[in-house]
Design a protein around this ligand. Structure first.
Ligand SMILES: *[C@@H]1O[C@H](CO)[C@@H](O)[C@H](O)[C@H]1NC(C)=O
Ligand SMILES: *[C@@H]1O[C@H](CO)[C@@H](O)[C@H](O)[C@H]1NC(C)=O
Ligand SMILES: *[C@@H]1O[C@H](CO)[C@@H](O)[C@H](O)[C@H]1NC(C)=O
Ligand SMILES: *[C@@H]1O[C@H](CO)[C@@H](O)[C@H](O)[C@H]1NC(C)=O
Ligand SMILES: *[C@@H]1O[C@H](CO)[C@@H](O)[C@H](O)[C@H]1NC(C)=O
Ligand SMILES: *[C@@H]1O[C@H](CO)[C@@H](O)[C@H](O)[C@H]1NC(C)=O
Ligand SMILES: *[C@@H]1O[C@H](CO)[C@@H](O)[C@H](O)[C@H]1NC(C)=O
Ligand SMILES: *[C@@H]1O[C@H](CO)[C@@H](O)[C@H](O)[C@H]1NC(C)=O
Ligand SMILES: *[C@@H]1O[C@H](CO)[C@@H](O)[C@H](O)[C@H]1NC(C)=O
Length: 747
């Protein structure tokens, strides 16, 4: 258990986010929120439900119709005004007006910057709170196990540690604003094909072993429970042939038992299929609730003894406790979904947008552009301009095209405005006296061909925009770009000696048809960058921002290299076990095109002086271990009593900026376990994004917790530190060729 003393009731103001940044408005973003411990919140919930009748308690367990996507009914007799629950993980969605469409989960993950994870979540939480919404449905923490999964863009990539850190700081950012975070979808919702079995479809069962469950899929949920999440959404699929929302092993066993989770579990939409089974296996809330399985129906099940009343009390306490946990009993705004809450959140959104862009290729430093020299710019591709569908709730299908700000489905936030690359580049052209020509109809090869004969074309820089979109409910059919983007790249590259490709993609893409073309001199992965896309892109292309994002999945040379795929059948057997993504590539000596964790910068860095010591945080408030804890500490945390999250080792080293631009490097700690642990060659267990002036040198300290150096022991059913030698690699990607420093310790 973390042991830093702290005020039991704390106003969020006492945890200002660390690090300076361009967001000067951040001092204003903390409302006065009363945050409580779980013990306090549960005590208050118990005294609240003591005044309720059985029927009133049952009433809380099912959603009702109302203004929000999900609504917990009010109980006027006791002056309880109910709860409003709404999507999405990247901003207030479900078609509301006046909310910020934030960069998506996969994009913020690519920043590898915990302060940005937190500050984006604070801004999201602030908007939910501003509209009077009690629960925000996010973070989305299913793993990017299948490159074609339609919802990968909502989540945090293919590594559980990276996803877990995102889950933690997302939960913290949102709950610091007094909004209940709802990590989802619990659990193993790694494909949308056959995800629910509704409408006469078959439902898939994720079949996986205990070690894989703990070390990969449960890991980010465990992180969000430790952070203190008040609610968790169960998924529609099955695990080992039992529905997630009525799975006693995953809900009562793993989540409420092993992880000691004290909040509620609510269904993904229509995730309940009956009454007794789900109730007895741990489900607390049925959403949207109109199926009659929960709510008032439960009364007769209690009266005839099918469900003990103590379980109804438990459900009601779990439903009410999060309300007190994050102080919703004090000064919470009334619900008004169209209240304008955007404020200056575009500032943090723009910062996150450019920080998550990834420079994959930059031959002879063709980027950044110098507008004194690079004055003749050609722009190709539908993905450079606005979508032809307009900024609608479910824009971007196969007929639309245009720049992608996010993916589609319930996770989509309709942007209140959006700045496309073409518009932003035009404005830059005006300001810097550039010559710009563009063609966004990428099938008009006659016009495209004509540009190649333009006067001055020989010195032109050609920007080719390609995209790949996906949405909830449908998995991608392949990993290629929309509307034959590959042909566009090749056509331009055959004629333009300085072709720069901008990849605006929801998740993995196969680059092989064009990546080795000698005229493709630069590639920038722009991800799903939100409505500040155009502004952020101009910052990066012209060097006012030095890109530093890193991939959160590998880009394979061959789709089959991943070794995992969507199952078209009723089973999805996770037979790869813990060998996901780079762990699989390591196992089979597969070289990725670009590895997990990879990304370039306009500057260069050197690493030195690796040192490993036991973490000692007893005295020194400024020791790495103390700082590690302070960053995570909140009244509502739930770290449990096993010491799993205690710091045990501190790994220090130096990084120096050896180039001429201000910029950042993301130092990644990969751990090699003793053979007893039966782990992949190396596993990500630490990272930090370090920003440095030219020549500046900083000492970096990464902290390993006991859990970080443990494996899941299936015999003892506990996290176990293996005996023997652990190898520590400090690297700039999961590619072994990028390892900078190596050492070891004996645990
Ligand atoms: C009911 O709640 C409202 C708003 O929180 C409060 O103003 C009012 O005093 C409460 N009434 C009672 C009877 O507690
Ligand atoms: C699923 O079945 C596998 C194989 O029997 C077992 O190892 C695992 O613990 C089961 N998991 C769940 C959640 O039932
Ligand atoms: C449900 O899970 C709990 C916690 O693991 C266990 O104690 C209980 O026996 C299980 N119930 C059934 C019916 O399997
Ligand atoms: C208890 O009551 C419910 C609701 O009326 C009914 O569906 C169920 O079959 C009853 N169970 C028993 C064991 O009588
Ligand atoms: C841009 O090019 C001009 C003209 O060659 C040069 O004077 C200037 O230093 C360059 N700017 C940068 C940032 O390299
Ligand atoms: C464009 O040029 C390419 C090669 O130069 C040629 O193969 C293609 O047919 C041309 N397309 C049109 C529509 O003119
Ligand atoms: C990709 O892998 C598959 C299966 O291993 C193989 O049949 C195919 O030839 C490979 N494709 C390429 C382009 O290498
Ligand atoms: C999944 O594994 C089961 C048990 O080994 C097997 O019967 C089934 O065919 C497998 N399903 C798929 C889609 O591979
Ligand atoms: C992978 O490469 C290493 C070193 O080159 C070699 O020792 C090992 O046998 C290879 N493994 C496989 C599965 O090819």
């Amino acid at each position: 258990m973390l042991t830093i003393p702290l005020l039991l009731i704390c106003v969020a103001l006492c945890f200002p986010p660390s690090e300076s940044s361009i967001d000067n408005s951040k001092a204003n973003i903390q409302p006065q929120v009363t945050l409580r411990t779980w013990e306090q919140a549960i005590a208050m919930a118990k005294s609240f439900i003591a005044q309720l009748t059985l029927q009133e308690k049952c009433h809380l367990t099912a959603g009702v119709g109302g203004t929000c996507a999900g609504n917990i009914a009010s109980l006027p007799r006791v002056n309880f005004s109910g709860f409003c629950l709404l999507d999405t993980p990247s901003g207030v969605g479900d078609g509301v007006l006046y909310s910020t469409a934030f960069v998506s989960g996969i994009h913020i993950a690519a920043t590898w910057d915990r302060d940005l994870f937190y500050r984006r979540a604070v801004a999201i939480g602030k908007e939910f709170r501003g509209k009077g919404i009690h629960y925000g449905f996010g973070p989305m923490i299913n793993m990017d196990r299948n490159a074609r999964h339609g919802r990968n863009w909502e989540g945090f990539g293919s590594d559980p540690y990276l996803s877990g850190e995102n889950a933690f700081f997302y939960t913290q950012g949102v709950q610091d604003q007094g909004v209940v975070a709802t990590p989802k979808h619990y659990i193993c919702n790694e494909q949308d094909t056959h995800r629910s079995g509704d409408n006469d479809d078959v439902v898939y069962s994720a079949n996986l072993d205990d070690k894989t469950m703990h070390e990969i899929y449960l890991w980010p949920f465990a992180s969000s429970v430790a952070a203190g999440a008040g609610s968790i959404m169960c998924s529609a699929n099955e695990i080992n042939d039992t529905r997630a929302c009525q799975n006693n092993k995953t809900q009562n066993g793993l989540l409420k038992g092993e992880l000691g989770y004290m909040g509620n579990i609510l269904t993904d939409w229509m995730g309940a299929k009956s009454t007794v089974d789900p109730v007895l296996s741990g489900l607390d809330i049925d959403m949207p609730g109109n199926d009659g399985y929960f709510g008032d129906t439960l009364v007769s099940f209690v009266q005839n003894g099918s469900i003990p009343e103590s379980r109804i009390d438990d459900m009601a306490i779990r439903i009410i406790a999060p309300y007190y946990l994050v102080g919703q009993d004090q000064n919470y705004p009334t619900v008004d979904l169209d209240r304008n809450v955007m404020g200056n959140n575009y500032i943090i959104n723009r910062e996150a947008s450019r920080a998550g862009m990834i420079l994959l290729k930059n031959v002879n430093n063709v980027l950044p552009f110098n507008s004194s020299i690079d004055t003749n710019i050609y722009i190709y591709g539908q993905a450079a301009g606005q979508t032809t569908c307009g900024l609608e709730q479910t824009a971007w299908n196969a007929n639309c095209g245009g720049a992608l700000y996010q993916g589609g489905g319930s996770g989509f936030v309709r942007p209140a405005y959006a700045i496309d690359p073409l518009t932003a580049l035009m404005q830059k052209g005006r300001d810097d006296h550039l010559q710009i020509r563009y063609i966004t109809n990428q099938n008009d090869f006659a016009s495209i061909n004509r540009t190649f004969n333009d006067r001055g074309f020989q010195n032109a820089k050609c920007l080719v925009f390609i995209s790949a979109w996906s949405e909830e409910g449908v998995d991608r059919t392949d990993l290629y770009a929309f509307d034959n983007g590959e042909q566009l790249v090749l056509t331009v590259a055959q004629n333009c000696r300085q072709t720069i490709v901008l990849v605006n993609s929801v998740s993995q893409l196969n680059l092989e048809r064009w990546i080795d073309h000698p005229n493709v001199v630069a590639v920038l992965w722009t991800g799903t960058p939100g409505p500040e896309y155009g502004s952020a892109l101009v910052d990066v292309l012209f060097g006012s921002y030095n890109p530093g994002g890193k991939l959160v999945f590998s880009l394979a040379k061959n789709d089959s290299d991943f070794g995992t795929d969507i199952s078209p059948m009723g089973d999805s057997n996770y037979t790869e076990g813990v060998f996901l993504d780079y762990r699989h590539f390591d196992k089979y000596n597969i070289t990725a095109r670009y590895s997990f964790g990879f990304g370039l910068s306009y500057t260069t860095f050197s690493f030195a002086k690796l040192d490993i010591s036991q973490a000692n945080d007893d005295d020194d408030k400024n020791s790495p271990a103390s700082l590690y804890k302070q960053r995570r500490m909140r009244p509502y945390n739930n770290f449990g009593h096993s010491g799993l999250y205690d710091p045990v080792y501190t790994v220090t080293f130096t990084i120096q900026n050896t180039g001429k631009y201000y910029g950042s490097e993301i130092a990644q700690l990969y751990l090699g376990f003793p053979s007893e642990a039966q782990e992949p060659l190396k596993i990500l267990r630490g990272f930090e994004r370090i920003y440095l002036e030219p020549n500046e040198l900083k000492e970096v300290a990464l902290v390993l917790s006991r859990k970080d150096i443990s494996y899941w022991n299936v015999i003892n059913q506990q996290w176990t530190v293996a005996s023997g030698s652990y190898t520590v690699w400090i690297s700039t990607s999961a590619n072994n060729a990028d390892i900078k420093l190596q050492s070891s310790f004996n645990a």
